[in-house]
Design a protein around this ligand. Structure first.
Ligand code: NAD
Length: 461
């Protein structure tokens, strides 16, 4: 007999309905406990990320743990004031009344997360959902089993099942969970599975956030400062071995500086990982054999493999690899790469630049390297994208005052910091009418009232 997910959901519903969760101080105390328990398990978390992805400890700490601490600290400090009702000017028509917006939790939230940043992409939505007063069922990725297990252990130490539970398993478990009636679904993962999630949610008209992916272009124009450009591209591309949803997917550089930029990127790769990247402890590994096989196929028949292209299946190792001028209909230019392979394409005029950009759906991120503000502005206004950075890569993720999310096939909705608060609460409008006065004008009989309404129309509208 499998796990009874409906029973789990019923427990969460009845806990939620008891109203104990309305107490923000109780929720803050549990967030503080979560922070403490994560701190106590830091080494285990870093170790699990090492086992799953050979994630270098510095990357594990900075891109997983610090991101989680930041979200925890923010919610611990701010949730009380964020959730306060917001008074709004009442409408004259309703006089006398007190009007306000009340932020209500949705209720029961399902979170489904991926394997590439398996700790923070699972825990951060959970933190925000819990802080806002929802209950949570989290289904982390089966492809990062060590991290998923430590997540489960931590959540069990902090929360009873009525508040938060972690259900381990694969797509089958996720499908069973998606059959239930949730009040909100927060999904991070691929576009293909995002569509499955949206379809399941639509059956109950459940609102969703979908944090998906896409092909993130990285445009380099002639005015770019090439040394810093090369360094920032190489860093954003090869961190976590390119398995980052906001990694630059491919470069689109002006033909006149293509060779120079390529040489500088190669030189940065050498600076970062040495001449033998396989020996470097700073380069992560590919998550599993399936993705490894998918990735090496992307460069095996390429006409110009400029750098890298080395691999070792037993270690799931692929070296940072640079391809020059792949065809637009090559597989590497079709779907999101999600690995350490960087195609470099060039353009000579605006038409060629836009032709390449027009091949793909709106990306999660867009990068432009230029000193020419007008050039950047033109691209930013012409295209749709989740978020953009001028003269760097992936750093927009760091500022939680900025909403993080995609558009079209790269996602629906956004989160981080206060934007997560907006995601995991629903704005409800409350009009508290006073009874000491009841203006007659709105009630029938209407005789003679039309003229009055016409006279005061500019007052009341
Ligand atoms: P995935 O879609 O394969 O899996 C994500 C989650 O969905 C996992 O927990 C998995 O078990 C579950 N799942 C898989 N098949 C399912 C099905 N048929 N029904 C229901 N659930 C199912 O994604 P992934 O390979 O884990 O992650 C990589 C993708 O995620 C990339 O496309 C990347 O761009 C994207 N991503 C996006 C963000 C973001 O914030 N926008 C962050 C990280 C990763």
């Amino acid at each position: 007999m499998g796990y009874n997910y409906q029973k789990l959901l019923n427990h969460q519903i009845s806990f939620f309905n008891q109203g104990r969760w309305d107490d923000v101080y109780y929720r803050i105390s549990l967030l503080k406990k979560l922070k403490l328990v994560i701190e106590q398990h830091e080494d285990e978390i870093i170790d699990a990320l090492g086992k799953d992805l050979k994630k270098p400890p510095v990357e594990a700490y900075s891109t997983e743990l610090l991101v989680v601490y930041k979200e925890l600290n923010k919610f611990i400090r701010r949730i009380k004031s964020w959730q306060k009702p917001r008074l709004k000017l009442p409408s004259l028509i309703n006089f006398p009344s007190v009007d306000y917006i009340h932020h209500k939790p949705w209720g029961q939230v399902l979170v489904i997360s991926p394997w590439n940043y398996p700790f923070q992409l699972a825990i951060n939505p959970l933190i925000a959902a819990i802080a806002c007063g929802n209950t949570v069922v989290l289904k982390p990725s089966e492809l990062s089993p060590n991290t998923s297990k430590i997540i489960q252990k931590i959540i069990h130490q902090c929360f009873s099942k009525e508040i938060a539970e972690v259900c381990l398993g694969d797509a089958d478990v996720a499908s069973q969970l998606l059959e239930l009636k949730w009040n909100y679904i927060f999904f991070t993962g691929s576009v293909a599975v995002g569509k499955i999630v949206a379809e399941a949610a639509a059956k109950n008209l459940t609102p969703v956030t979908l944090e998906l992916g896409g092909k993130n272009p990285c445009i380099v124009d002639t005015s770019a400062k090439l040394d810093v450009t090369a360094k920032r591209i190489a860093w954003g591309k090869f961190i976590n071995a390119g398995q980052t949803c906001i990694a630059p997917d491919y470069i689109l550089v002006h033909e006149s500086i293509k060779n120079q930029l390529t040489e500088k990127i190669i030189s940065e790769i050498r600076n970062f990982y040495g001449d033998q990247p396989k020996e470097s402890s700073d380069l992560a590994r590919i998550i599993n054999k399936k993705h490894f096989q998918r990735l090496i196929k992307l460069f095996q028949n390429q006409k110009e493999l400029r750098y890298g292209g080395k691999y070792a299946e037993d270690e799931l190792y692929i070296s940072p690899t640079i391809l020059i001028d792949p065809e637009l209909d090559d597989e590497v230019m079709q779907d999101e790469i999600f690995g350490p392979i960087l195609p470099i394409l060039s353009y000579t005029n605006d038409n060629e630049l836009h032709y390449v950009l027009d091949q793909h759906n709106p990306p999660l991120s867009l990068y432009i390297f230029t000193e020419n503000r007008y050039f950047a502005k033109k691209i930013l206004s012409k295209y749709q994208f989740g978020g953009a950075v001028i003269n760097d890569t992936i750093v927009h993720f760091i500022n939680d005052r900025l909403p993080f999310g995609g558009v079209g096939t790269s996602g629906i909705g956004s989160y981080h910091g206060k934007h997560s608060f907006s995601t995991f609460t629903r704005k409800t409008s409350i009009v508290d009418r006073k009874t000491w006065l009841d203006v007659e004008v709105k009630y029938p009989p209407y005789a003679g009232k039309l003229d009055l309404l016409k006279k005061i129309k500019n007052w009341i509208t």
